[in-house]
Design a protein around this ligand. Structure first.
Ligand code: G16
Ligand code: MG
Length: 221
């Protein structure tokens, strides 16, 4: 195992609540729609514009908006979201993550970010985690979002490591599918049943450690 490819939202910090709050505000103010709570998990790992398309689809108003209007609405949501994440600090890092990153650094395992979020650099900076990552794959440069493998392939490529020598870590079903399709080993964080496609699932980020990764890797290959 030479590299670890990290999803960001739901693995390093919990931004799903901020995404949901921003979408809820936009949906209510601009579209006159109240979003049901299920949307919080449904939009995990889904790109910004695709999230808006899903919301409009749900509201049955997809055909009422031009591509330019969709872009404008997506930008508005992002303004709300960026304002919310500006208050993130080290205290918002999920349990065990800093210790896990320290361990990986100690063992000279390269780390990269494979997130659908265009705000990943800003989030890492606010959490004080930027220095741990040798690369942040740019979601604007990949053709297909998760569950396609593109962002994980791009992250491994920026590290200069074969995806087969990498482990990917994800909390979303689409993300686990993307990791498996890239050829990397998949670690799921969350519900075992929901993330059953992963090579191994742990309930929380606190259970992530170097030994678990190397053991799972050794069992697999
Ligand atoms: C994240 C979130 C999604 C969000 C997407 C795009 O993906 O889980 O809810 O819509 O990024 O974010 P942004 O609007 O900031 O570009 P991931 O892959 O980090 O879980
Ligand atoms: Mg995620």
């Amino acid at each position: 195992m030479k590299g670890v490819l990290f999803d960001l939202d739901g693995i390093l910090t919990d931004t799903a609540k901020f995404h949901f709050a921003a979408w809820s505000r936009l949906a209510q103010e601009e579209l006159g729609v109240i979003l049901p709570a299920e949307f919080e998990s449904e939009l995990k790992g889904v790109s910004r514009v695709d999230s808006l398309v899903r919301i409009m689809d749900y509201a049955g108003i997809m055909n009422n908006y031009s591509p330019a209007e969709i872009k404008k609405l997506a930008n508005k949501k992002n303004d709300y979201y960026v304002k919310a994440i500006s208050s993130l600090t080290r205290a918002d890092i999920l349990p065990g993550i800093t210790e896990f990153l320290d361990e990986l650094t100690e063992h000279q395992v390269a780390c990269a970010i494979a997130s659908a979020s265009k705000n990943a650099p800003l989030i890492l900076k606010n959490l004080g985690l930027s220095d741990y990552f040798a690369a942040i794959a740019d979601p604007a440069k990949v053709a297909h979002g998760k569950p396609a493998p593109d962002i994980f392939l791009a992250a491994a490529d920026t590290l200069g490591i074969d995806p087969k020598e990498c482990v990917g870590i994800e909390d979303a079903v689409a993300g686990v599918t993307a990791i498996k399709a890239s050829g990397a080993l998949a670690i799921g964080v969350g519900d075992t049943q929901e993330l059953k496609e992963a090579d191994i699932v742990v309930p929380t980020t606190n259970e992530l450690d170097y030994k678990l990764l190397t053991q799972t890797f050794a069992e697999k290959y």
